[in-house]
Design a protein. Structure first.
Length: 182
């Protein structure tokens, strides 16, 4: 299986989104390693679940951001996310039933993810960047270079994403904006 490496072709230029995409690639590579080592079914099931959890978290984050940025193609973008999410449980079921699906799931996810980032996600980048710039002007302390510490009430992070605590802080700040306290 191909080793997926992050490169600039995948960059949206939106730091938080790029970091989350890198994390998705990392999980995909964990899936590849698990498949190649023929790890126990439980271990690979855990990676599949992690992929699903982190993807849901990332899509949710992205959709909220696009909504607040007023991205006009959001309904279409959401639909693309939905269709993707729907495919993973089917792989989980087949995997649980003993079918060797890891190569198939890895290749499907890798193809989909790279295509989605390079096309759909990069399309929204100008709108989101303009929005974040405008918000940073309104509230430099919140979005500027000297960001405040994470706020209370952050959402639970998916498994193995804990090391990204600082990033969840940013999510929390963005959530605060979404709930109208900016
Ligand atoms: Fe997306």
């Amino acid at each position: 299986m191909e080793v997926l490496q992050w490169n600039e072709v995948l960059a949206t230029g939106i730091e938080e989104i790029d970091d989350q995409h890198k994390r998705l690639l990392e999980i995909l590579n964990q899936l590849r390693v698990a498949a190649e080592r023929r790890e126990r079914k439980e271990a690979t099931a855990e990676v599949l679940q992690q992929m699903l959890d982190y993807t849901i978290y990332h899509f949710d984050y992205e959709e909220k951001l696009l909504e607040h940025a007023g991205y006009e193609l959001l309904p279409l973008h959401k639909r693309t996310h939905e269709l993707f999410i729907r495919r993973i449980p089917d792989f989980q079921k087949r995997h649980a039933a003993g079918e060797d699906v890891l190569q198939e799931v890895h290749d499907m996810l890798a193809r989909w993810l790279v295509h989605h980032i390079q096309n759909d996600d990069r399309n929204y980048a100008p709108t989101v960047k303009a929005y974040l710039k405008q918000e940073a002007k309104k509230s430099p302390s919140r979005y500027g270079p000297t960001r405040p510490q994470p706020l209370e009430g952050e959402p639970p992070a998916p498994a193995k994403a804990d090391k990204r605590g600082a990033k969840r802080g940013f999510w929390s700040r963005l959530s605060g904006l979404f709930s109208g306290d900016a």
